[in-house]
Design a binder for this molecule. Sequence first.
Ligand SMILES: *[C@@H]1O[C@H](CO)[C@@H](O)[C@H](O)[C@H]1NC(C)=O
Ligand SMILES: *[C@@H]1O[C@H](CO)[C@@H](O)[C@H](O)[C@H]1NC(C)=O
Ligand SMILES: *[C@@H]1O[C@H](CO)[C@@H](O)[C@H](O)[C@H]1NC(C)=O
Ligand SMILES: *[C@@H]1O[C@H](CO)[C@@H](O)[C@H](O)[C@H]1NC(C)=O
Ligand SMILES: [Zn+2]
Length: 747
Amino acid sequence: MNSSVLKKVLLFGLCGGLVLAVGILLGHFAIKKTASSQPKWVEEAFRDVDESFIETFISEVDAAQIEANLRELTKVPHMATSPGDEATVQYVLKRWKDSETGLDDAWREEYKVFLSFPDKTNPNKVTVVNPSNNILFTVREKEEAYYDDQRDPEVVQPYAAYSPAGHAKGKLVYANYGSMDDYKHLNNTMNLQGTIAIVKYGTVGRSTKALNAAQFGIAGILVYTDPLDINDGKMSDKTETYPHSWYLPPTGVERGAYNIKFGDLLTPYLAAKEDTYRISKDEITDTPPIPTQPIGFADAYALICELAGAEAPEKWQGGFNCTYNIGGPGFKSTSPFANSDVKLDIYNFEELRNSANVMGVIRGSVEPDRYILYGNHRDSWVHGAIDPSSGTAVMLEITRVLGKMVKEGKWRPRRSIIFGSWGAEEFGLIGSAEYTEEYFTKLSERAVAYINVDIAVFANATLRASASPAAQNVIFTATKQVKIPASDTVSVYDNWMKYYNRSSPTHGIIPNVRYLTGAGSDYAAFMHYLGITSMDISYTYDSSKTNARIYPAYHTAYDTFDYASKYIDPGFTGHQTVARTAGTVLLRLADSLLLPFKCSDYAESLELYLDESLKRYKTQLENKKISMAPLENAVKSFREAASRLEGVIQQSDFANETPFKIRRINDQLMLLDRAFLNPLAFPDKYGFRHVIWASRSSGVPTFPGLADAFEQADSTGLQDDWNQVHKHLSIVAQAINGAAQTLNDVI
Ligand SMILES: *[C@@H]1O[C@H](CO)[C@@H](O)[C@H](O)[C@H]1NC(C)=O
Ligand SMILES: *[C@@H]1O[C@H](CO)[C@@H](O)[C@H](O)[C@H]1NC(C)=O
Ligand SMILES: *[C@@H]1O[C@H](CO)[C@@H](O)[C@H](O)[C@H]1NC(C)=O
Ligand SMILES: *[C@@H]1O[C@H](CO)[C@@H](O)[C@H](O)[C@H]1NC(C)=O
Ligand SMILES: [Zn+2]
């Protein structure tokens, strides 16, 4: 069903385009001759965004509807491929097929994907055992229940997805965040062979903690969230943590996927269909090589505060009211755990399961073959009220308001809008990545933008946005148009500026749109793999009021409707504001005659990256006889090309020129991010092909290939590594020059 519907969209697009092209030729002459009797399609072809329609949209977005959506979506736990997940598939389909408020069409698309689960009949165990094999202490298997939500038998035991099954036993050490430097620090003074490390969430990725540990011969790891990093130090569930506040209770555990690559692990770069070629399990390289288990901080407290050995460095100390020692390895001789080992018995198993994306479409009237994509994942770890259901509740409200307008015949977008409710994101952005693999060619040729709203509200203080610089402009226009909940006059833009701003050489003080460099949600495959201009939008907290690294109930059994409605967004006005903002961005992208992308904003970002590079690298590179001039010149050409194109746009009166012109300029804007792709630039970074926004291991805010190569060369001093720096300098200069040329006039 799915493919036939897509074919229909496709055919409609091609034929519509041909009819349009022929019509344009005829029409152009007709306009010149008899403006009064112009064909009917002319007005439609030049139709621009309707401001009053956007105002109507904004006023129709209803907080109570979002609350009702969230209540429905969070009734039961809905981990990927579970019965609860299937219930949400059915619910989204029902909503999108509704005859009064649904879309033109909706369908499901399945992939057969490689997932990892704990064994219900044989739960993972973590114990402290003494030399005569007596169990002195057992880590909780489940989080404490405060309400029925936590008692649901479908609440999955906390586990590290893709951790191998196995048994590991050894003396405990404390290894901070599990970065390479952290383990090296321990390895300087002790033999880590056969030990068990306890590490904190944060700083490096989940799987990286285990991959690093294995290099030192560590036999297994425990991962927990320190109260200093998540709870502003608060620990007591009698008075301080949920259900009394938004803070994480002592037994709460962050679940998560322990892998690095995005997409299905067995079908790299291929859509995971029934008969698709699969690599063997042994060829997977980015999952933990050793047994790994996450635990709550109450249990971490019981273990860490008993450790022997030297005092851990000051920076490693956390929120517990004891000194964090590094471990003897093992426990203090005065501890009840003296001479004892920590033992992990992990029974996780892996399985191929069918996971569904739900797709919905509103067909465009003038340019149906141009797509604005909007998506979020549907699967959660437990009830997932915030992650991801807040985003899905928002998406369903946007589709309700727009669907109603379409069904009533009041509106149809200029371009097609495709909604995606992705499956199995929590296991590594799988549904969205498989989708971009399956529809690689069509999306590369026709997708204008991707909007991602996953966690819609981390908190209710201010907007937060990450985006390709091309999209900064449309995000600003939308946020100036939408007001914050607490006021009829203060715009989302002005409020956002108070919390997160930067000084722009062109615009002065503006809200800070963050770079979309990571792979934290489903935008990754669109931005990094396909080079589609993407953005990620949410509401978040006032960072001067909390140091929480994320909202505290993230990936735990406490991320429930009760938690969301009491402590994250009472009244659902944050959700409403995100729906209005993201919906307005969507409408402007779908309906504007001229795509609201700004290449001069892209030029500014490239210049900022260049300044950073020159400041950090130029002297050293000159000493190595490597010139940065080609990069400087490339950025200069890009700026010139951007200014020229914006000049052409400014001088154009599109409605009185051939429609080929607006279509041509829109294609230049649509393909701008695509122009920075180089599939061979990062052979070691799976799925990252965008030369400017690829992930950076160095953390330096500049061109990622260059920054990482420089860091490597600077630390080894090897000529081969300096050659790599030269290579990446050429790659990025060429990408920027290439992009500049696509902005130039036709020849
Ligand atoms: C750990 O320390 C040992 C002994 O000093 C050393 O031989 C080994 O290379 C170190 N391991 C790593 C991964 O650095
Ligand atoms: C440390 O915290 C624990 C757990 O919150 C508490 O039971 C204990 O009394 C505290 N100890 C001290 C010395 O403050
Ligand atoms: C910019 O942000 C800071 C906080 O980071 C705030 O103190 C300042 O007032 C903001 N500036 C404007 C113009 O809003
Ligand atoms: C945000 O939520 C808090 C409760 O968590 C509430 O006190 C506050 O009024 C809300 N702010 C807004 C702007 O709605
Ligand atoms: Zn999410």
